[in-house]
Ligand binder design. Sequence first.
Ligand SMILES: Cc1ncc(COP(=O)(O)O)c(C=O)c1O
Length: 425
Amino acid sequence: MTENDSHGGAENGGGKAARIQECDNEFVVPTYSRFDLSFERGEGAYLWDTTGKRYLDFGGGIAVNILGQCHPELTAALTEQAGRLTHTSNLYYHERQGKLAETLTKLIGPGKCFFCNSGAEANEGLFKLARRFGDEEGRFEILTMSRSFHGRTLACMAATGQEKVKKGFGPAVSGFRQVPFNDIDALRQALSPATVAIMIEGVQGEGGVYPADPAYLLELRRFCDENRLLLLMDEVQAGHFRTGQFMSYQRILEETPGGKDFLPDGIAMAKSLGGGFPIGAFWVRQPYADLLGPGTHASTFGGGPLACSVALKILEVIRRDRLDRNARELGCWLQEQLSELIRRYPQRLKMVRGLGLMVGIELTEDWPTERSPAARMVHQLHQEGLLAIPAGPQVVRFLPALNLSKATAEAGLELVDTAMKQLSQ
Ligand SMILES: Cc1ncc(COP(=O)(O)O)c(C=O)c1O
């Protein structure tokens, strides 16, 4: 099937979608409220559903498919590694893990890395690091932000600043408290003798695409130094060049005096680090890099040859093709174009914000829908053939691949415009 095929064999394909969904409904634990879409194939910026309908992917599998679908160099890296050495366990050395840790460390700063399989696990590792750091003094409490999202494990739920994530799973893991985002006074007031660390997303993703203020980040660093707290950053969604710099805090602070010297004490990574192959990691700054010694933490799959080979290839391609620059320039252009759409559809669209190719569009309250405005808009975008991701009830997110071309981005914007015309009638 070519890129131009659309709506091919709807009846047959529609029946296939029904079979896929029936099987899923019967045998998969229903934790996801899925959209009525079943995908069969992907190539670059596009996916095809079972009816042959083509979708332009502005959601990137929630900030994962950083080089799009089935990138030939990633496929080659994965299959080549699969033909040589697949899994060894962490009882032994293999070359790729150290190489990836070296590459990440050179992109961040002096320190070391631990590898796992997901964002939640990366954050869990940082929580353990913080508890180990404070153990002798009886300090264990980690302050996190309102509206934040850190994952679905018990500790990550306790760290997350959204009630809907926590509800029904009490008692919560103790030792986590939330404070308002971008508010240094609130942090000062919240500090207790038990506090050992602060965790923050550089750009809150699930919470609605809210970047941290540069001045706040600098003050946060000072505050952590003054109070001997670890400053931990969750870059799971905003990291890996999505904002135009390797880490979102580097982008946020690039023009701020003193910003170049800013370094957190720990950073969680996952999602687009593997471009679709599961990988998670945390980096820890040098003075604390050996706090977690032998026997204190582990992962069976973490840092395996397959995951590390894919991650190394992604970082190589992004840097070789200057996709960081593309993320920055295209992201800026996208925000300008979306601002233009806001002028055209002021009853429905309110504001745009974000950094690089992490862009959120906030919707007005004024939507005639029983669902949330974000779900309604995403549904309409699907009708037009565009994938986007809701971030709460009022925000729609665009998290496309960093190798998206300008022409394809323009095609995507036209689909947004068409959807908005429909939604404004
Ligand atoms: C900022 C952030 N942290 C952590 C996570 C959890 O990652 P995972 O689903 O890989 O456990 C997410 C997932 O959306 C995220 O956006």
